[in-house]
Design a binder for this molecule. Structure first.
Ligand code: HPA
Length: 243
């Protein structure tokens, strides 16, 4: 089953008819909220709001393990993770939709694995390609079909947050090879890989990263919300066209 993780500004999905709200208990504690089992364009999907339905859970406090475990347990096989990012590369100006193909992890202190000691064999999961090729291709196809411009590829830098970066940090991250910056791709992506879920991020640039182009000292929540709201119909169109 297709699962959608909603990010900032996407705690609910227009067009999703809710059939059931499911409180899932996991060995890792509580997910961000009840899982929604619903229907999107006539197909059953799972939906989970990453930051909670009231948008109260900060990126470093999200229980990524519980979220991914709950989705897997409820039958998810493919996961499209919606995410807001700051654009570093000039082409990723606010409003642009982008499908990253690589990531760099700058987070710390987050629970990164399900294989965490006890009597479990040590497992080093392959993460050369952090995003699943098949679901990426399907999203690109869906975007082409619906004529929604979607940038194919880019390096997502995952920072700890919750504060935004300094201009020097963004210069460093850019030198490292990153094109966009966000706070939630990790450990979400690697946990999905450990669970054998076909996972990809569908990102939307909601601001310029610090010191890039016209960026200001902080992301105005209002600006980000306006950008998100403006692009939501296109994001939805892509999701609806997924086969
Ligand atoms: N930095 C980090 N995370 C973000 C940003 C940003 O500029 N915009 C949206 N998520």
């Amino acid at each position: 089953m297709l699962a959608i993780i909603g990010g900032a500004g996407a705690a609910s999905l227009t067009g999703l008819s809710v059939q059931q709200r499911l409180i899932v208990r996991t060995p890792y504690g509580e997910p961000s909220g009840p899982l929604i089992i619903g229907e999107l364009a006539g197909r059953s999907v799972l939906f989970l709001a990453r930051h909670g339905y009231g948008h109260t859970i900060l990126p470093h406090r999200i229980n990524y393990r519980a979220n991914i475990w709950a989705l897997a347990e409820q039958g998810a096989t493919r996961v499209v993770a919606l995410a807001s990012v700051g654009g570093i590369k000039p082409s990723l100006r606010p409003g642009v939709l982008v499908l990253p193909d690589q990531l760099i992890d700058y987070t710390w202190g987050r629970q990164q694995t399900f294989f965490d000691g006890g009597d479990q064999a040590i497992t080093h999961v392959d993460f050369t390609e952090p995003y699943d090729g098949a679901i990426r291709s399907e999203l690109l196809r869906a975007a082409a079909q619906t004529r929604v411009p979607l940038v194919d590829g880019g390096v997502y830098a995952c920072v700890q947050g919750p504060r935004l970066e300094t201009a020097a940090e963004i210069r460093k991250i850019r030198r490292d090879g990153a094109d966009m910056v966000g706070m939630t791709a990790m450990p979400e992506a690697v946990l999905a890989r450990e669970m054998n879920l076909a996972y990809t991020t569908l990102a939307i640039s909601v601001n310029w990263a610090a010191g890039v182009a016209k960026s200001r000292m902080e992301v105005s929540q209002l600006d980000a919300a306006v950008v998100l709201e403006r692009r939501m119909p296109d994001l939805l169109a892509i999701l609806l066209a997924i086969e």
